[in-house]
Design a protein around this ligand. Structure first.
Ligand SMILES: Cc1cc2nc3c(=O)[nH]c(=O)nc-3n(C[C@H](O)[C@H](O)[C@H](O)COP(=O)(O)OP(=O)(O)OC[C@H]3O[C@@H](n4cnc5c(N)ncnc54)[C@H](O)[C@@H]3O)c2cc1C
Length: 395
């Protein structure tokens, strides 16, 4: 099969670029970092490996390829960005804890003041600041506008009371961007405000939630009179819905990039090669996965010209999130089924072997972890609703 973006050769205009990337990865990706990349179950790798890998990319100037050059981006073309992500995946680079790089940084560049950009962007780029997303609440998930966590203004501060749930990495992050309620409006979308909150603030507590794969990535976060400076507000008071919607579009546009799916596909393919004579049904599904993944890669390139979301493009993020997360699930399930025919498979899901899960057991845990992909960052139903509304509006 011809896969246009697969490899560099002498005619490839990006051959020198790719050589450069490969040289860098060969040197910077130590065996322990590659191992951390391979062992990733949830949305990011082991946090220490993330920190080291983040620093190396930052020092090389490659931590934020999707940002404008003026703010620390690389100036790469969309294809170069794609090739870079793909090489990282093929070489088992750690998956970064990257809410700052992927969502909040681009939002600040679009909607933050110059003072906020100067204050927060450097910490995102260097990796000193890790950002959690505080949107969901027990009564506000798909229907996010039902957010009830209150923020009451007192002089130059807000006092925040309430709770957030399903907060990925709240126990690791030192900062959080959050949607809070500053007033009751005639519609739930009115009276919401977007704040940046320091996690070590007095009155803020984090409580772990352990998921079905046995991992601790999620948390509940409680606020008891937490003081947040007014200077940490993005946009106007009461206008947080528009800010949060844009944040979600930026997040969804790269929530499940093709490179992430390529990682799991690579595992499935390796397991298939190890299994030797693969059952025909599995063989057919492996081929179908390669075809779908290649199509997804091309879709990504088409919908993210310049490697990032076009202004005013409200639909592509949902298209990319929907295709990416559901394909991710199918490939993770396939990887589990193929690995299950080799060793340590689904029948002994969490067996530890010399400190490592056996291949099949790891594939099972990965399958469980990936079930969440069609829920987080907005469920598949939510993405379908957004796309349908766009189709209706287009007539
Ligand atoms: C692993 C993981 C990580 C997460 N990380 C974060 C995070 O870091 N920060 C954060 O703020 N949140 C996070 N979330 C929360 C996530 O965004 C919500 O779980 C999600 O938006 C769904 O909300 P809910 O769980 O309240 O389900 P509900 O909204 O109650 O939905 C339940 C079911 O009903 C369906 N449904 C709801 N409304 C409609 C509708 N109008 N039409 C059709 N179907 C509908 C949904 O698709 C779903 O299947 C995370 C979730 C998971 C699983």
């Amino acid at each position: 099969m011809s896969v246009p973006c697969r490899a560099a050769n002498d005619d490839d205009p990006d051959a020198a670029f790719l050589d450069d990337v490969r040289r860098f990865l060969a040197e910077a990706l130590t065996p322990d970092l590659r191992e951390a990349g391979r062992r990733t179950l949830g949305v990011h790798s082991d946090i220490e490996a993330c920190r080291i890998w983040h620093r190396r990319l930052y020092q090389r100037g490659w931590i934020a390829p999707g940002w404008p050059v003026a703010h620390g981006g690389t100036g790469w073309t969309a294809r170069q960005r794609f090739l870079f992500d793909r090489e990282c995946a093929l070489n088992d680079a750690p998956v970064l804890f990257a809410g700052g790089i992927r969502s909040l940084g681009p939002l600040l560049i679009e909607m933050g003041t110059a003072v906020q950009q100067a204050r927060f962007l450097p910490g995102i780029l260097s990796g000193e600041d890790l950002w959690a997303q505080g949107f969901s609440e027990p009564g506000a998930g798909s229907d996010l506008a039902r957010v009830a966590t209150r923020a009451e203004r007192q002089g130059e501060h807000y006092l925040v009371d309430g709770s957030k749930i399903w907060t990925t990495g709240a126990h690791l992050a030192n900062r959080m961007f959050a949607l809070v309620r500053t007033a009751m409006g005639d519609k739930p979308q009115r009276g919401l405000t977007f704040l940046l909150i320091d996690m070590p603030s007095p009155g803020l507590t984090v409580s772990p939630i352990i998921t079905i794969d046995g991992e601790h990535e999620l948390n509940a976060v409680f606020f008891d009179q937490v003081r947040v400076p007014v200077a940490n507000r993005i946009g106007e008071e009461g206008q947080g819905w528009g800010v949060a919607k844009r944040l979600m579009q930026l997040a969804r546009s790269n929530n499940t990039p093709s490179a992430l799916v390529r990682r799991v596909y690579q595992r499935a393919r390796a397991a298939a090669l190890a299994a030797g004579d693969l059952e025909p049904g599995l063989r057919a599904r492996l081929v179908a996965a390669e075809v779908e993944l290649t199509a997804f890669e091309q879709t990504e390139l088409a919908l993210l010209p310049g490697g990032r979301l076009r202004e005013g493009d409200n639909t592509s993020p949902s298209v990319l999130k929907l295709i990416g997360s559901e394909l991710h699930q199918r490939v993770a399930e396939l990887a589990m089924e193929i690995a299950g025919t080799t060793r340590g498979g689904a029948l002994e899901p969490f067996r530890e072997e010399a400190g490592l899960l056996a291949d099949g057991a790891r594939a099972t845990a990965k399958h469980f972890a990936t079930r969440a992909a069609s829920i987080y960052s907005g469920s598949s139903e939510t993405q379908r609703n957004v796309i349908f509304q766009a189709l209706q509006a287009a007539g």
